[in-house]
Design a protein around this ligand. Structure first.
Ligand code: PLP
Length: 391
């Protein structure tokens, strides 16, 4: 009889997330009249900007015409898109080093196919749970390193050897980011240990702190040890369109760049050409201005949330270089209990910290990616609940 990949039975993420959705659905069924607002969504709420929509309309029309029709694209992405990314974001690299994917979720997990199955992988907790579960699906064992308030929820430089380190900065769920100095220590570690850093940089457009690098390659020698992942999802509302990009420097040891090309030819036929043509339009001057404005909108949401959590005397992290705020629960309530309380008493959805790993219990994550109206409504409910509670 056929044997199933046993690791699939061990996945936690799907169960936990469906538990959140199940609880919300059940509550809504019993409480039709209640208006629920969400501070939970990691998805964006601002629609795709017009220059991108126009470029995609054109791409669709091209597909309908014999003279402009194009079928399979390049495995590593449209040359024009890769050239555009190179010009705007990675001037010190060559075209060969830029790859287009259909999302950082896929890219950051499938990259493990490059490495030996017994590679020692390091993943922090709390962290974007896809790294942990993606590794599991590919039958890789990852060591989970607990993060804590003492280190501002940033991973310390490991004392042991690891072959592969997952690093997310600005980080989901905590919302904090590595400074240049901290990242320099990490790169030095990777050089010494001959490790590879898988650097998830999807929230880099939210960075405001001058000490926080916009790319790991701002750090000396990072080209020798780091693969950087980025996406159009959060910065340009491509969460449904699906288009990402990543850099595998040729300087990385063991000819990884060449090997990834061999792997990609056999495993991927490229991202949608419509999405890629839309992505080219992201770099137009007018688009960049619109995108900056949209990011400022989310940043203002984050500011309003921070202001309110301060007023309510919550301890929290993030919201400055990222759209996420990580909030400490005031008493010994668990993160599931606070989720239930917020849902039932305040009709607000938050994400229980435990979803991001065991160390996340005792915390919850809120997101600034919702609409202003929703954020303001949530703040209003939070303040009337907690301020009234106090009196
Ligand atoms: N990496 C992190 C840290 C994320 O939080 C997310 C989405 O929430 C992703 C990657 C997924 O990005 P994409 O939409 O490009 O797959």
């Amino acid at each position: 009889m056929v044997k199933i990949n046993e690791k699939l039975y061990e996945l936690e993420n799907e169960n936990i997330f469906s538990n959140v959705n199940k609880k919300i659905k059940e509550y809504k069924l019993k409480n039709h009249n209640k208006r629920i607002v969400s501070l939970g969504i990691g998805d964006v709420s601002i629609p795709v900007i017009k220059p991108v929509i126009d470029a995609m309309h054109e791409a669709v029309d091209d597909l309908a015409n014999m003279t402009t029709f194009d079928g399979y694209g390049a495995y590593y992405g449209l040359t024009e898109l890769r050239e555009t990314i190179l010009k705007h974001e990675y001037k010190d690299f060559s075209l060969d080093e830029i790859y287009i994917g259909d999302g950082t979720k896929t890219d950051t997990t499938s990259i493990l196919e490059l490495f030996d199955i017994n590679s020692k992988i390091c993943i922090a907790d709390p962290m974007y749970p896809i790294y942990r579960d993606g590794a599991k699906i590919l039958n890789r064992e990852a060591e989970i390193i607990p993060l804590s308030e003492a280190n501002n929820f940033l991973p310390e430089i490991p004392k042991d050897h690891y072959d592969i380190l997952y690093v997310c900065s600005p980080c989901n769920p905590i919302g904090v980011a590595f400074t240049k100095k901290q990242l320099t220590h990490l790169v030095e570690y990777a050089i010494k240990e001959e490790s590879i850093i898988l650097y998830d940089n999807v929230y880099n457009s939210f960075i405001t702190n001058k000490d926080v690098p916009h790319s790991i390659y701002e750090i000396e020698n990072a080209k020798k040890v780091a693969i950087e992942f980025n996406s159009f999802s959060k910065k340009a509302s491509f969460t449904g369109l699906r288009c990402s990009y990543y850099v595998i420097p040729k300087e990385i040891h063991k000819n990884i760049n060449y090997l990834w090309k061999q792997r990609t030819i056999n495993r991927f036929n490229g991202a949608s050409c419509i999405a890629q043509k839309g992505a080219i339009a992201v770099y137009k001057k007018e688009s960049q201005e619109m995108i900056k404005k949209n990011i400022r909108y989310y940043q203002e949401n984050a500011r309003l949330l921070i202001e309110s959590f301060q007023k309510l005397n919550f301890t929290f992290w993030g919201g400055i270089d990222s759209p996420f705020i990580w909030v400490k629960i005031k008493d010994d309530t668990t993160s599931w209990e606070i989720f239930d309380l917020f849902l039932e008493e305040l009709n607000i959805i938050i994400i229980p910290g435990i979803i991001f790993g065991e160390m996340g219990d005792g915390y919850f994550r809120v997101s600034a990616l919702g609409s202003r109206e929703m954020i303001k409504e949530a703040i209003c409910r939070l303040e009337s609940y907690y301020l009234q509670d106090k009196s």
